[in-house]
Design a protein around this ligand. Structure first.
Ligand code: FPP
Length: 233
């Protein structure tokens, strides 16, 4: 049996341990992770995946050292300086989810430019989650829904399908496959609503070592999963 894979999400974990194993600074691991991110995005678009959502920075990651947070905030700029050309060539459109307004001005500028530069691309959507937290997203969605009802913009008749429209992921909310690297078995506040029926794939490989070939293997494993969405065999 072969499942269609429209929306792939990845928790890119293990950059720090990857760098430590080489006696290098954590930033070195994040830089390698970002390089790999580009390789995986190109591969995913070749595999005809429609949406790739990557967890780049969570609402909880502010707890890291100032040095590491500063580097992670600079990374989108370094990434698009080097890779925008290749992303354009692959016809990939870039969007962001997360509380972008809380990012430093320089990072917000990079976000805006990346979205603007790629908005006419018609290929895969690369959705980068930066300052993203799923519980916070759901609370925000409830607030937005409530305001719409109070302001008379809609009836108080919320349905499951409808609620997705209040999330940051909007029309591409439903995740088919979630991959987490680095041998951790956690969801870490990532797309909790959107993964309701996702297949989960955990690998011990640290993110910088999770090559496009390994991605293809994970996608192959997914294609033979028996997805029943709560139905019977
Ligand atoms: C988790 O590994 C990784 C992160 C918190 C950052 C991931 C970010 C990237 C791969 C690049 C982002 C780039 C752009 C352009 C948005 P960890 O540091 O928690 O690893 P550890 O568990 O081994 O310490």
């Amino acid at each position: 049996m072969s499942n269609s894979l429209q929306h792939l999400a990845i928790i890119m974990d293990g950059n720090g341990r990857w760098a430590a194993a080489l006696g290098k600074d954590r930033s070195f691991g994040h830089k390698k992770g970002a390089d790999n991110m580009k390789n995986l995005a190109i591969k995913a678009s070749e595999l005809d995946i429609k949406v790739l959502t990557l967890y780049a920075f969570s609402t909880e990651n502010w707890k890291r050292s100032e040095k590491e947070v500063n580097y992670l905030m600079k990374l989108p700029g370094l990434f698009f300086d080097v890779y925008l050309k290749e992303i354009m060539k692959a016809n990939i459109r870039v969007e962001f989810i997360g509380f972008i307004d809380k990012l430093p001005a320089s990072t917000r500028k990079v976000v805006k430019n990346a979205v603007e530069s790629t908005k006419m691309n018609t290929g895969m959507l690369l959705n980068l989650a930066v300052n993203y937290g799923s519980q916070q997203e759901i609370v925000q969605a409830v607030k937005d829904y409530t305001s719409d009802v109070i302001e008379g913009k809609r009836e108080n008749d919320l349905e499951v399908a409808d609620f997705s429209n209040y999330l940051m992921t909007k029309e591409h909310s439903h995740v088919d496959l979630l991959i987490r690297t680095s041998g951790e078995f956690r969801l870490s506040n990532f797309l909790l609503w959107q993964i309701s029926y996702a297949e989960l794939f955990f690998t011990d490989t640290l993110f910088p070592d999770f090559t496009p070939d390994l991605l293809e293997e994970a996608v192959l494993a997914y294609s033979s999963r028996d997805r029943r969405f709560g139905g019977a065999k």
